[in-house]
Design a protein around this ligand. Structure first.
Ligand code: SF4
Length: 346
């Protein structure tokens, strides 16, 4: 049976008015079943139910953080598991979605990387995270206006499925998200960055996890990083900007005594010269067995000041959901001793 959410909205079954009704049920109302689509004739609902599955998940659990963030743990129909994080800010609601079960990039500070690679998610399994989180939070799917491909997995290694998911997210008859509010975060794959730059109908934003300005440190943090040198990554970022005109964000996890030295801030500033960019400094989020600790507030401030003095646009990103194991680098299917519960499931 096919997963309906795997289809591009233009390829949905039915025609004209009925097709619009179906799309509205799925993406505007967030209907959990074909039976709930009460303005479709009963025989049509039955036929759809025989040919398509609507829900990509067998089970959904939630872990709620005291700061309001919620980690969603999804069990897929093949029994594999992955996660998304919902972050309700005062003025906006953001969702961080996964593109893979596990991740092959193996970043040393990241709990997901330590799990290894499971499999790619399908487009519907990616988009389904948005619908499930909206359902779990009791809001309309379109109220989730900000999305980051920053959960489990390297989106550029699941390229086609991630691109189709992005097109479904942006499609006016589907979730209608603004391209300016969707960000793809990559470990830095030059080929994928160039392909993304060429997707000129998409226009989503790019974030690159650089984490170090020198090869030796970067390969310690990202053991698979040797496949793409920093020089190649920066060249791809410059090409991306020349093609799209868009600013590039660089993610930088602050690891104490590893990548937080002032000479590294100076090298980073040098790498970014002439590029319209923004640097996010992210205090490392601890997890058992990571072998790293976060830089202190004072060390982060000194690194920040060094960058700012060299004209780098920089901010410190405070991760949310630490107590729920939902912060950056913590996603590893753990259920910490926070408040757990169930959301709507198949
Ligand atoms: S930080 Fe991202 S790319 Fe690196 S291992 Fe974790 S999920 Fe994969």
């Amino acid at each position: 049976m096919r997963l309906l959410l795997d289809l591009h909205p233009d390829s949905y079954p039915l025609e004209g008015f009925r097709k619009r009704q179906l799309l509205e049920w799925v993406f505007v109302q967030g209907a959990g079943s074909f039976e709930a689509m009460t303005n479709l004739p009963a025989d049509l609902r039955a036929t759809l139910g025989e040919e398509y599955a609507l829900n990509p998940f067998r089970e959904i659990e939630t872990v709620r953080s005291t700061d309001g963030s919620v980690k969603y743990l999804f069990t897929l129909h093949d029994g594999r598991q992955m996660e998304a994080v919902y972050m309700p800010y005062l003025d906006r609601r953001t969702i961080c979605v996964s593109t893979m079960v596990g991740c092959p990039a193996k970043c040393a500070f990241c709990a997901t990387g330590a799990m290894g690679f499971g499999r790619n998610l399908t487009p519907g399994e990616i988009v389904g995270q948005v619908l499930a989180v909206a359902g779990g939070e009791g809001i309309a799917p379109r109220e989730l206006r900000n999305l980051v491909f920053m959960g489990m997995g390297e989106p550029l290694l699941n390229y086609d499925h991630t691109m189709l998911a992005a097109r479904i997210l942006l499609h006016p008859q589907a979730l209608g998200m603004s391209k300016r509010r969707v960000t793809l975060s990559t470990v830095g794959l030059p080929k994928g960055i160039r392909r993304l730059a060429a997707e000129d109908d998409l226009g989503i934003k790019l974030a690159i996890s650089l984490h170090a300005p020198d090869e030796e440190t970067r390969q310690r943090i990202i053991p698979t990083g040797h496949r793409n040198s920093i020089v190649e990554i920066m060249a791809a970022a410059r090409e991306y900007q020349a093609t799209t005109g868009r600013r590039v964000t660089f993610e930088y996890s602050m690891l104490r005594g590893v990548n937080d030295q002032l000479w590294q801030a100076r090298e980073l500033a040098g790498l970014l010269r002439g590029l319209v960019s923004h640097v996010n400094l992210i205090p490392m989020n601890p997890w058992d067995g990571s072998g790293f600790e976060s830089s202190t507030e004072a060390e982060i401030q000194a690194f920040y000041d060094e960058l700012e003095a060299r004209g780098v646009d920089v901010s410190v990103r405070r991760s949310r959901g630490k107590d729920a194991g939902a912060a950056c680098g913590q996603l590893a299917l753990k259920r910490p001793d926070a408040v757990t519960g169930s959301a709507a499931s198949a």
